[in-house]
Write a protein that binds this ligand. Structure first.
Ligand code: WQD
Length: 338
């Protein structure tokens, strides 16, 4: 069965393509390469021995999306990663985010609605919860007013899918709400390739560790947490990738209880910024150069997942620890700087 992975050259997308191929799926990738590189195809092939079909295509061009589905009639399963995802940038360029993240979603859904049966996995985010009132966060925690256009596109995306599934029974969808993805494939062939100065904590840590960045700024240590720094649920990207395959198989095997389901994808464990730094120092044997500065606007204090539903209903559980994931992130950083 052929599966379309949009954004399949990206960080989470490429790791998911590997896990799909490992489970025998034939994959076709669409990516516009705006935040990724075609050479990632070679990394995927180096791991699985199979180079996925690839179409460089801007999903904002509706007729190109229609043409793709005309040419790939046998694609009835889609895992949709393609989106802009920088919180800060979304505040400065809201229309870029609404066009790229919402317009493209609508075009893909319109094509899937023409199929007798279609399976759709949506890349959502714990961002939809904002600062949740209770930890760990369950899927029925209230969705709060988005703190950024990026977060809003994830909330709107979920609503668009839910509304569509209500009237299109042959469309079966699952939204996966990621917590904080990190790390790189154990092979060292694929990993995170942030363009420019990394916004996320872990790539900034490894780039500081290797000397690419002078020092890490810790955004605040006056939060109401044990060590004063923010707490997040850092999930290894391979664990996250496997969750997508399990979710797709759930739909293909008709195991879903309704045609729109939502799952948190995290480890269920919270780690602070300082604990992430300590994890890096442990796995690398290096002291990390950092300084505490002011809080970053928009940061929530604490966010980690209640993984009961994913464990019990989806049948998936994260297997790797923060240290193991950090070790793979560090190995990858050293490899790409060689
Ligand atoms: C984690 C913690 C920072 C950088 C965002 C998006 C989310 C998803 C993942 C796309 C926070 C602190 C960070 C730094 C720091 N994005 N930090 N110094 O903000 O939890 O989640 O990225 O899918 O949707 O919201 O991740 O890695 O940016 O920050 O102190 O240089 O690290 O303050 O507490 P975040 P992050």
């Amino acid at each position: 069965m052929k599966v379309l992975v949009t954004g399949g050259l990206g960080f989470i997308g490429s790791h998911t393509v590997v896990e799909l191929q490992n489970k025998g799926f034939e994959v076709v990738i669409i990516d516009d390469c705006s935040n990724s590189d075609e050479s990632v195809l070679d990394g995927i092939e180096a791991i699985t021995g199979k180079k996925p079909a690839f179409e460089k295509l801007d999903l904002k061009e509706k007729h190109k999306v229609e043409d793709f589905f005309q040419r790939y009639q046998d694609v009835t399963g889609v895992i949709h990663f393609a989106a802009s995802k920088a919180v800060g940038e979304s505040v400065e360029k809201p229309l870029l985010y609404y066009e790229n993240n919402i317009g493209t979603l609508v075009y893909i859904l319109k094509e899937l609605c023409k199929k007798n049966k279609a399976s759709f996995i949506f890349s959502s985010s714990c961002t939809v919860y904002g600062q949740a009132d209770k930890m760990p966060i369950t899927e029925d925690a209230p969705v709060k007013a988005a703190e950024s256009p990026y977060g809003n596109t994830k909330q709107m995306g979920e609503e668009i899918i839910a509304d569509t599934c209500k009237v299109i029974p042959n469309l079966n969808a699952i939204a996966l709400r990621y917590f904080n993805p990190m790390g790189a494939h154990p092979s060292g062939e694929i990993g995170e390739l942030p363009k420019g100065v990394p916004q996320n904590l872990v790539p900034f840590i490894t780039q500081t560790g290797i000397g690419l960045r002078e020092e890490l700024s810790v955004f605040g240590d006056d939060y109401p947490t044990p060590d004063g720094t923010c707490i997040r649920d850092y999930i290894y990207v391979v664990d996250l990738a496997k969750a997508h395959v399990v979710a797709l198989e759930r739909l293909l095997n008709g195991k879903n209880e309704s045609n729109y389901e939502v799952f948190n994808v995290g480890t269920g464990k919270g780690s602070s910024v300082l604990e992430a730094i300590k994890s890096f120092e442990k796995v690398s044997g290096r002291k990390l150069n950092y300084k505490v500065v002011g809080r970053r606007p928009g940061d929530v204090t604490t966010a980690y997942a209640d993984t009961t539903k994913a464990n019990k209903v989806l049948g998936w559980k994260a297997e790797y620890s923060l240290d193991e994931a950090m070790n793979y992130a560090w190995i990858w950083e050293q490899k790409i700087r060689d």
